[in-house]
Ligand binder design. Structure first.
Ligand SMILES: *Cc1c(COP(=O)(O)O)cnc(C)c1O
Length: 376
């Protein structure tokens, strides 16, 4: 960083109360961390097969079910390895022969690549669209699993998960950065899976999936048919363990605890509508600021596709977005850098439920302050 940027000190009264705007891992509420510290002596460092931890896993499963208003018969399953591990697991027990993938950013393209590489599956049908847009799913006769991403964290595009018209087969939705922040009609999906270090304000390493009866049936059938699967990725084993409020191998107990804290915070405040309203408010603040600004523009052209949990804001070429993020970081306002592989002159700002809309407002003033100084 040059001396000029190092010298930029944002006045105290402009700064947000909490300067964490990263899209993942994302802000964990201090109250949740304090609760963990308080519970630690009887919780951390105790057996994940004993009642204390199993009670917490049960609270996580019930909390997800309540948060997402899951229809009768849906089951909440969890395992280790985060969303990336769940993609591999899905290639074994949720995709029967051929999947369709909507590919419109880094994360959606990665799942498509997993399915393509799996030797026991046919090549997937991949429907692509450029970053900043979203493709449409369509019913295809030989496709048995439709794979969508609720919020493409790398580009800031959000879609409404729905069964493609006339489609038979399961609908598998990556809700990693959406779960707990965006509206969901769970009856439209058969597997809604995520990791809790994004909208759920916990830490990484875990995957959580809400599975419909049809998804559970498919897992059990593929297992009966004898398809080989590494036990670590075996969704049948994960299902059996989850039903006993356990995981196949040792989970991160702090991650589970923090996720439960966030679920309970949202539920006590009114449930998903409360969380969605906070994100809607933050989105309104950031996008209207960008639209009014003479140097910032929302990257996603179609307002209907603009994510209310991750905002991507392009800056005019005359301003170096990397430098803006660096100055912000120097002032303890962190992780506003754009997704590295997108390669744009851009800021990426998380608007998750844990992030106060007032802090998003404060961030816009900080960005204006920094840009004014950089322009000289
Ligand atoms: C972060 C992210 C992932 C990867 O999650 P991990 O837990 O790191 O494996 C997958 N999909 C989406 C949409 C994400 O935002």
């Amino acid at each position: 960083m040059s001396e000029a940027t190092e010298a930029i000190r944002i006045p105290e009264d402009l700064l947000p109360r909490d300067g964490r705007f990263g899209s993942g891992p994302s802000k964990v509420r201090p109250e949740a961390v304090a609760a963990l510290a308080e519970a630690a002596p009887t919780y951390l460092g105790t057996s994940h097969r004993a009642a204390t931890v199993r009670f917490m896993v049960a609270a996580l499963r019930n909390g997800v079910s309540e948060l997402l208003s899951l229809p009768d018969g849906y089951e909440v399953v969890l395992g280790n390895g985060g969303t990336t591990a769940f993609w591999d697991a899905a290639t074994f027990h949720l995709i029967e022969r051929r999947s369709q993938h909507l590919s419109f950013g880094e994360f959606s393209s990665k799942f498509a690549a997993c399915a393509k590489a799996a030797p026991h599956l046919e090549d997937p049908e991949v429907i692509e669209s450029p970053p900043g847009t979203a493709p449409e799913a369509k019913a295809t006769p030989d496709v048995d699993a439709y794979c969508l991403t609720h919020n493409e964290t790398s580009t800031g595009v959000a879609v409404t998960p729905r069964r493609p018209e006339g489609a038979e087969g399961l609908v598998l939705v990556d809700g990693t950065s959406a779960a707990g922040g965006l509206r969901l009609d769970a009856s439209q999906v058969d597997a809604y899976y995520f990791a809790p270090q994004k909208a759920l304000a916990s830490d990484g390493g875990l995957w959580i999936a809400a599975l419909s009866p049809a998804a559970v049936e498919r897992i059990e059938r593929i297992k009966r048919d004898g398809r080989w699967c590494p036990p670590f990725l075996d969704l049948g084993i994960a299902l059996e363990n989850s039903r006993k409020d356990q995981t196949y191998n040792t989970p991160a107990l702090a991650t589970i605890f923090l996720a439960v804290q966030q679920l309970e915070w949202i539920i006590h405040n009114g449930g998903l509508p409360f969380a969605v309203a906070r994100c809607d408010r933050s989105a309104e603040i950031i996008y209207s600021w960008a639209e009014a600004s003479d140097y910032a523009t929302p990257f996603v052209a179609d307002p209907a596709l603009r994510s209310h949990v991750v905002a991507t804001i392009d800056l005019d070429e005359s301003i170096d977005a990397k430098q803006v993020s660096a100055v912000l970081r120097d002032n303890f306002v962190v992780d506003t850098e754009s997704y590295r592989k997108l390669g744009r002159n851009q800021l990426r700002i998380a608007l998750y439920p844990a992030i106060d809309p007032e802090d998003v407002e404060a961030l816009t003033h900080c960005i204006d302050y920094v840009v004014e100084r950089l322009r000289g």
